[in-house]
Design a protein around this ligand. Structure first.
Ligand SMILES: Nc1nc2c(ncn2[C@@H]2O[C@H](COP(=O)(O)OP(=O)(O)OP(=O)(O)O)[C@@H](O)[C@H]2O)c(=O)[nH]1
Ligand SMILES: [Mg+2]
Length: 336
């Protein structure tokens, strides 16, 4: 392949350019191995690949995105597997990314998810991958968003992002989804914790999984009480009342109800023209994330920004400047 010198990839050299362009073409041809390879490159923040992915941005489809979050072990992966079965009944190709903000390595999670989603591993129209945040500037939210773009390029019509609920990270990832499903279980403490963590604020659909266990009734009452405390949207904005769905993921019970709840939330977004607003917020938070990551990289990588950063650190260390004043001065010197 001839390298066009105008192409932003040219600086990475001809061989690398060819490999990456070939990979992009194979993703578009829906080759599973190419998608897997691309997600490894995304995980490692591979600049050549990300530049090539960015070049496809204008033509990327916008598949529906569902976020599934909740406490560790609440049954998110098992539930995802049942949801995949429902989506497959509608002939949709499904891509799943399970992101684990708590662990720097994804090996264990991957193995576990293979077991839980095992029935789909041979289906060429289902792609599943666990991801960790290692080796990236800007962390998990950026990597997960890039992963979703790879899946969109690979022609998946439905994307599910599973995240463990451990704080800000799952709130970040919830912003990436059109519909966020919060999974709770009747085991003691879950609901209180979830309410405290503000997870209920991001829930479009609430699932009470492990409904075969005692306490589902009480949990539902707690959830409904908690929901009343949610902040109201500005007057005139249509209000969505998150449905509460009971499931037994290990048996597939409640899966079709869950998909129905997700579908009706999507219909609500569409009929009230809210999808565009959600995408605008997503674009904004992505720009903020990337600007932050870019800034960090610039400050650490070298050149003038790094020199100014080093000087600022010395000023703070000597006590001649407060950290805030040092940053203000730094931004001013960088014309920002
Ligand atoms: N009794 C019962 N067990 C369930 C149900 N759903 C899932 N489990 C079990 O709960 C355990 C955890 O399930 P996972 O699907 O891995 O949960 P997870 O939320 O994805 O876990 P992490 O990704 O590690 O946070 C497994 O042993 C499942 O078999 C359910 O409805 N009832
Ligand atoms: Mg899981």
């Amino acid at each position: 392949m001839q390298v066009n010198p105008e192409c932003p990839l040219a600086r990475y050299g001809e061989a690398r350019h060819t490999v990456v362009m070939d990979l992009i073409a194979r993703i578009q041809a829906r080759e599973t191995r190419a998608i897997a390879r691309a997600l490894t490159l995304v995980e490692n923040g591979d600049a050549t690949f990300l530049t090539a992915l960015d070049a496809e941005y204008a033509s990327l489809p916008h598949p529906e995105r569902v976020g599934i979050t909740g406490p560790p072990g609440s049954g998110k992966s098992t539930l995802t597997s049942t949801l995949i079965s429902e989506l497959r009944k509608q002939q949709k190709r499904v891509g799943v990314v399970a992101v684990d903000p708590s662990s720097p390595f994804s090996g264990g999670a991957l193995l576990g998810d293979r077991l839980r989603m095992g029935e789909h591993t041979l289906d060429p129209d289902v792609f599943m991958r666990s991801m960790a945040s290692r080796g990236r500037f800007g962390g998990l939210a950026i990597g997960s968003e890039d992963a979703c773009e790879v899946l969109a390029l690979g022609g998946f019509e439905s994307i599910i992002v599973e995240t463990v609920g451990v704080g800000q990270s799952e709130v970040d990832i919830a912003r990436m989804a059109d519909t966020t499903v919060v999974v709770l279980t009747p085991s003691a403490g879950d609901s209180v914790q979830a309410l405290k963590a503000g997870i209920m604020e991001i829930a479009d659909v609430v699932v009470i999984n492990k409904a075969d266990r005692e306490g589902a009734e009480r949990l539902e009452e707690d959830i409904k009480e908690g929901m009343e405390l949610r902040p109201h949207p500005p007057a005139g904005t249509p209000m969505w009342q998150p449905p509460v769905v009971r499931t037994i993921a290990t048996e597939g019970t409640g899966a079709s109800e869950l998909l129905a709840a997700i579908t009706s939330h999507r219909a609500f977004l569409t009929s009230n023209r809210l999808l565009e607003g959600a995408r605008l917020r997503r674009a904004e938070s992505r720009l903020v994330d990337l600007a932050g990551a870019g800034m960090l990289q610039a400050l650490k990588q070298g050149g003038r920004a790094k020199a100014l950063f080093q000087a600022a650190k010395q000023d703070v260390l000597r006590g001649t400047m407060s950290p805030r004043a040092a940053v203000t001065s730094l931004l001013k010197q960088l014309d920002l």
